[in-house]
Design a binder for this molecule. Sequence first.
Ligand code: ADP
Ligand code: GLC
Length: 526
Amino acid sequence: MIPANVAEPTIDQHASQPALPAVLFATSEVAPLVKTGGLADVSASLPVALTALGADLRLLLPGYPAITAGLSERCEVGQFEPEAGLPRATLLSGRIEGGLRCLVVDCQSLYGREGNPYVDGVGADWSDNPLRFGLLSRVAALLCGPASPLAWRPDVLHCNDWQTGLAPAYLSFARAAAAPGTRKTATVFTVHNLAFAGAFDPVVLPELGLPAESYGMHGVEFHGRLSFLKAGLYYADCLTTVSPTYALEIQREPLGFGFQGLLAGRADRLHGILNGIDVQAWDPASDPHLAARFNAGSLPARAANRRAVQQRFGLEPDDDAMLFGVVSRFTEQKGIDLILDAWPALAGRHRLQLAMLGSGDRQLTRRAEDCMRRHPGRVGFIDGFDEPLSHRVEGGCDAFLMPSRFEPCGLNQMYSQRYGAPPVVRSTGGLADSVDDDDPAAGRPGTGFVFEGDTPGTLAAAVERAHTAWQDRPRWRALQVAGMQRDFGWQASARAYARVYREAIDLANANATPTARSSSPARTGG
Ligand code: ADP
Ligand code: GLC
């Protein structure tokens, strides 16, 4: 929630720093209204933290039914008639839950669909996604210039992932055409997941209103396709990604996914800033979704949540089994196959239970169902996306599994530490940056179990370390408390974004030539 006294901030509360700029934060999802993953959580919580720091911020969202229905103080503030093949749109203004000010691109023909924002009922991408997210990007750029129906102008346009990636490209071409001396809106592009290139057939280029010269190695072209992600990476003044380790990983193969050359060439503009979490929505002491609320001083109360999870997932009410939890998109990224491969041997050696909540790849969900059938009362799997249940799993399992092959940041490992469920994670991206490995020789408790390698065996060894620690109850308690006491709030990271905003404003207005954008490697790799 934005406290009432900072709802219309004009001054930075930290006198030593200059006032924060006006920010347009463009995103394709926001929790709890439309959420497919962590981007929605970040879009709901980082803007609140920036507003509390003094930024004059508005969210820009597509007008999906859940968004327009969730707007309070809703009013129409303008119309857009974008040129080329993009349809006309109405701009709405209002507030979403928590008080954040929003601008919404209302266009029934593109956004008037229920359910997942990117795919249809059978999981296929909407064929007009380039237009849907082209329009979002176009409106974002128009709001920064003379075509805006608003008196308010952002100093910074902050774009997130491929869905908003064309906006820095549009702005870059608008800048080139602007009168000398015109103050420029700076662009910041945040990569939440480089695996999604937002790549389409280039025939849509004229419909999107992009000039032909944008389609090339020094522009939006990527392996013979038009990539919205490449546009953001190439044209934005500054780039960020969601953890320091991922910022390094994406400058090399394999996690650069073909963009490593471009990213390495822009390394001086690329900042890794660890995500924070919404510490109010994710607070075990007040969480309405839990069967029993608790804090670091009342850990025995977790037992009621543990029983609730066992019951909901069809597991035996066994107090002596160590209960592992999983809440995840079921994709190759998340290493779900490693869990399913490791489980039979682990279950043969120890008294373990597994509660998995997730949806996605059919092959993986079928394998999870099969694992559940083979281990009745020991393994439970619920195929679906269920926000309240995800809180219950965090608050009820003994430990949390997140063996991701790559993880730009990851939020669940932070939620699980906060909920007294030490996570078992692979050493990658934000997992490496947010979990302290428990090493008895270190003389202080860690907050989880971090492993190298990407085989079922390396995961199993980490699970066994966790199981050994769990059997030693005082040691386990110390681990839980160490995780619960960590500060995963947004304060420090919001300040880091504020610094990037200032850097981007300086760069945009100094007529600086963007750093070398070595695009050749971007045409080779994956
Ligand atoms: P990603 O964005 O890659 O999916 P994150 O860990 O950053 O990974 O964020 C995932 C978010 O989505 C978390 O808030 C998590 O609790 C939520 N989530 C993922 N799968 C489910 C599910 N099946 N049901 C409920 N919430 C889920
Ligand atoms: C992406 C990443 C995830 C990150 C989230 C929010 O979905 O896969 O690691 O936490 O974005 O930044």
